[in-house]
Design a protein around this ligand. Structure first.
Ligand code: PRX
Length: 663
């Protein structure tokens, strides 16, 4: 199977002709039942978009006070549902308590060691209120930032909701990030409180989160005031007097009554850091009203969740997918959302299928990189399990190769489950391009068509339209409710990065996604990848410059240039070209040391696959490193393009020759 996948180059995507129609039984029961229904909805959504979003907001959400206006668009700044008052936790929890959902599981959770917990909506309400009161007791008030650095345990979700309940802004920092990354994000967000755990279980090991926290906060008393620690692993950890508190101590005798704070639609809900093309990750800011509506309605229509469904999104809550489609979207719909602490590992390669069988999961949403690793492990593993409860599959995070799509469809979905390939980003807050499972036929490898209300287009670098079937830049032409509102503390970067990137038409204010794509003659979008220096490693975004800064911070490194290299499981892998300072020798030991150094600086997801030493890097006259050539070398391709732009063209052949040793 993987042999097919290796040949899945862009050409094979271009040749892909298969069309898979939604099963008629699925369509009959779906919310959006036919292509005609989709087309009608789409037309309505763009012919009078404010009316469309206004009607949905009124029908789908609870507001303490209705808004005065649906949209104020002062490009590139948008305000949605002006002066509307709401609380996302009221929509995610309280409103379900007056119906039969009160005793329905909201969260079903399983730990890696096999322990488990279920929280009904009523129980979730109690836990969120208690946690919210702990935050209040620690003097967290509306608008304060609270950082969450946690394993995938129920308290992580409860902490997010508790922040939203009292109007504080959460910033979830993925538990796999190192102390250094944690420190940067804590500083940038100015978080007042940090919520963490003694540790978590991952790949049969204990991840010592608290020790990373201690390193991050060492000699940095100005970063966070207090640390709340959840007991998970019971490992012995250091607790700093006056700074660190156990959650269970703080919760003694705490009230479980905490009315939701009345929030303005445009108040911030969270900051989430993501990599861009500069060295510093960007704190993407999302606000409450628009995000609540968009995550709610996309979950409802794309995942077609019914009240009896058990839904599982495998993303960690440290990423936007975990925020929008693990926590907020499903809970707002009153769904049962499943969370798993662990990941497939050699001792339990079938754990995902085992969970699907035992919990009778109906809707399963994961990333192509995970599917590719399942293919590699062999069909025997999933075939041992009863996966017949599944009725819908989803994928997100990177382009899915048509053959990988077909495997997912045949082996996991038994040819009866539609697959939704959902294209979106941290910045977009919710899914922008996707199929709707009962209404839109899928073409394996294509994210399909725009969600109602979204107007994507493909243009060249001047902003001019390109013909169908030609690759170009993927842009969005109109504002949408869950669009990012800002980069935390950097309004200029927000304006320049996303809205003013196209030289000629900068006055048009279109959203520039950073991806390239093509549209076929049926209007289907095929995402080709990033156009900037952002890599997608196993569905995780990492910036070249971020990695280069990490490498250069090692005493042996003089200069570094990092590119993505195609990888059969990860999609892309990190390939670093490095020049050394005088007195350092290019040894295998140094390679290992540098790899470990990057892990320490950023986290395990950033471990470079390859480090190639070189005496020089290819540079332009103005001293700019030309990554274009390095990408070709890393991919083991012939060097193409105009060499006259660089001052030291001879280095290219030398690099290519040495690269053979690494490939
Ligand atoms: O390149 C696109 C890719 O992931 C990027 C966004 O990454 P992030 O902000 O971390 O969010 C990931 C989860 C939403 C995009 O710019 N991407 C995301 N979904 C797809 C995709 N590429 C192809 N197909 C997708 N379905």
């Amino acid at each position: 199977m993987l042999n097919h996948h290796k040949e899945d180059t862009i050409e094979s995507v271009l040749k892909e002709k298969r069309i898979i129609h939604p099963p008629s039984t699925f369509s009959a029961n779906a919310r959006i039942k036919s292509f005609q229904d989709y087309e009608k909805l789409y037309q309505e959504s763009i012919s009078d978009s404010e009316n469309f979003w206004g009607n949905l907001a009124e029908k789908e959400l609870h507001w303490f006070n209705k808004w005065d206006r649906v949209l104020e668009w002062d490009p590139p700044h948008a305000k949605w549902f002006l002066n509307g008052k709401l609380n996302i936790t009221y929509n995610c929890i309280d409103r379900h308590l007056t119906s039969s959902r009160r005793n329905k599981p909201a969260i079903v959770w399983e730990g890696e060691p096999g322990d488990s917990r279920t929280l009904t909506y009523e129980e979730l309400h109690v836990e969120v209120c208690k946690f919210a009161n702990v935050l209040k007791q620690l003097k967290v008030t509306k608008g304060d930032c609270v950082a969450i650095y946690m394993p995938m345990i129920p308290e992580a979700i409860i902490a997010m909701l508790a922040c939203a309940r009292i109007g504080s802004v959460h910033t979830v920092i993925f538990g796999g990030f190192s102390a250094e990354s944690l420190k940067d994000r804590l500083k940038d967000s100015q978080a007042k409180i940090l919520v963490t755990a003694d540790g978590g279980f991952r790949k049969d090991k204990i991840i010592s989160l608290k020790s990373q926290v201690d390193i991050a906060l060492k000699n940095n008393s100005s970063i966070v005031e207090k640390v709340v620690v959840v007991k998970r692993t019971s490992e012995s950890i250091a607790m700093e007097h006056g700074r660190d508190y156990w959650l269970h101590d703080l919760q003694q005798d705490i009230s479980d009554n905490c009315p939701p704070e009345i929030m303005d639609s445009e108040d911030a809900l969270f900051i989430l850091y993501t990599s861009g093309s500069t060295g510093k990750p960007k704190g993407v800011v999302h606000t409450i009203g628009g995000y609540s509506l968009y995550t709610h309605i996309t979950t409802k229509w794309i995942f077609d969740i019914q009240d009896t469904d058990t839904y599982w999104c495998t993303a960690d809550i440290g990423w936007i997918t975990g925020h929008s489609y693990g926590v907020y979207g499903p809970l707002s719909n009153g769904a049962t959302s499943l969370f798993y602490e662990g990941v497939p590992r050699p001792s339990n390669p079938g754990c995902f299928w085992d969970i699907i069988e035992r919990y009778k999961v109906n809707i399963f949403y994961t990333a192509p990189t995970a599917i590719r690793s399942f293919i590699k492990m062999g069909d025997d593993i999933p075939k041992k399990f009863n996966l017949s409860s599944l009725r819908l599959l989803g994928t997100v995070g990177e382009p899915i190769n048509p053959e990988v799509w077909m495997w997912y469809y045949e082996i996991i979905g038994n040819e009866k489950c539609p697959i939704v390939d959902t294209w979106w980003q941290t910045e977009t807050g919710g899914v922008m391009i996707t199929s709707l499972p009962g209404a839109i036929s899928s073409k394996p490898g294509s994210a399909s068509l725009p969600f109602p209300g979204i107007v994507p287009d493909i243009v060249d670098k001047n902003g001019d339209n390109v013909p169908d079937n030609t690759g170009g830049l993927l842009i969005i032409k109109n504002p949408w409710p869950s669009m990012l509102r800002n980069i935390h503390g950097d309004r200029q970067r927000f304006e320049e990065n996303y809205w003013n990137s196209l030289s000629k038409k900068s006055d048009e204010h279109i959203y520039f996604s950073g991806d390239s794509a093509r549209r076929d003659s049926d209007g289907y979008f095929w995402i080709l990848g990033r156009t900037d220096d952002v890599m997608n490693i196993s569905g995780h975004r990492l910036g070249s410059m971020e990695l280069e800064s990490a490498l250069v911070s090692h005493q042996a490194v003089n200069e570094a240039s990092v590119v993505g290299k195609p990888h059969e499981i990860k999609g892309e892998d990190i390939y670093a070209f490095v020049t050394l300072n005088n007195g350092f020798e290019a040894t295998n030991e140094l390679i290992s040391e540098l790899k470990q150094h990057v892990v320490q600086e950023i986290g395990a997801i950033a471990r470079p696959g390859t480090i190639q030493f070189t005496r020089e890097l290819p540079k332009t006259r103005s001293g700019k490193i030309v990554r274009r050539f390095l990408r070709q070398i890393a991919a083991n391709q012939n060097i193409k393009g105009d060499r006259s732009t660089i001052v030291n063209p001879d280095i290219l052949d030398e690099l290519k020759e040495q690269a053979q040793l690494h490939n």
